[in-house]
Design a protein around this ligand. Structure first.
Ligand code: AMP
Length: 214
């Protein structure tokens, strides 16, 4: 099964993608993670993306689509994948449609996580992850059971994203509404859009997604 998770920053795409990786044995393809890795490694793409990402803007379609295209050529995605963070605008969606058709990778569903803007700022500014295994936490909603120790792998190092500050979040939300939200209509008209209430608690959202994909 190949799916897209659609929704604003902080909607829970990454969290739910990790759960789908485990429950349905799908591979998460997060363009944000791929770009952050490129920035950390100082690659050509990374150098071009860094400042744009820190300001909360969109990296060029060419760069993002090239990175995803290369990733989709690897064998591990053959059992199914979750696109998280792409497409971000209609032009990317159209190119992605062509790319998936050429690679013979049909899209089964697009799941939209619907969340209010006010909740997103609080969710994003409080979130952090384990530096070793990537497990997600939140200052207010999800602390590790033992303070300062990752529940999943025991690491004591955590990190926060450079773009998860209140100012950048507002730019990212603006970009979402202007450029990404039109994809709801785009995929709705193709009849593959499933809406899920992303304001519900994490387990409930997971069940809703399970039902939507059943
Ligand atoms: P994310 O982790 O999905 O929130 O993405 C973090 C940042 O990476 C975004 O704010 C953009 O600057 C960039 N980015 C991720 N995916 C895309 C994409 N499909 N198109 C353009 N920029 C992207």
């Amino acid at each position: 099964m190949n799916i897209i998770l659609l929704g604003p920053p902080g909607a829970g795409k990454g969290t739910q993608a990790k759960r789908l990786e485990e429950s349905k044995k799908l591979i998460q393809l997060s363009t944000g993670d791929m770009l952050r890795e490129a920035v950390a490694n100082g690659t050509e793409y990374g150098k071009k993306a860094k400042d744009i990402m820190e300001a909360g803007g969109l990296v060029s379609d060419d760069i993002v689509l090239s990175i995803v295209s290369e990733r989709l050529d690897q064998d591990d995605i053959k059992g199914g994948f979750i696109l998280d963070g792409i497409p971000r605008n209609v032009a990317q969606a159209e190119t992605l449609d062509t790319m998936l058709a050429e690679k013979n990778l049909p899209l089964d569903a697009v799941v939209e996580l619907v969340v209010d803007d006010e909740a997103l700022v609080e969710r994003i500014t409080g979130r952090y992850t384990c530096a070793k295994c990537g497990q997600g936490y939140h200052d207010k909603f999800e602390q590790p059971a033992r303070e300062g120790v990752c529940d999943k792998c025991g690491s004591t190092e955590f990190k926060r994203r450079a773009d998860d500050n209140a100012e950048t979040v507002r730019s990212r939300l603006k970009v979402y509404h202007e450029q990404t939200e039109p994809l709801v209509g785009y995929y709705g008209s193709k009849g593959i859009l499933k809406k899920v209430d992303g304001m519900a608690d994490i387990d409930d959202v997971t069940s809703q997604i399970g039902e939507a994909l059943a």
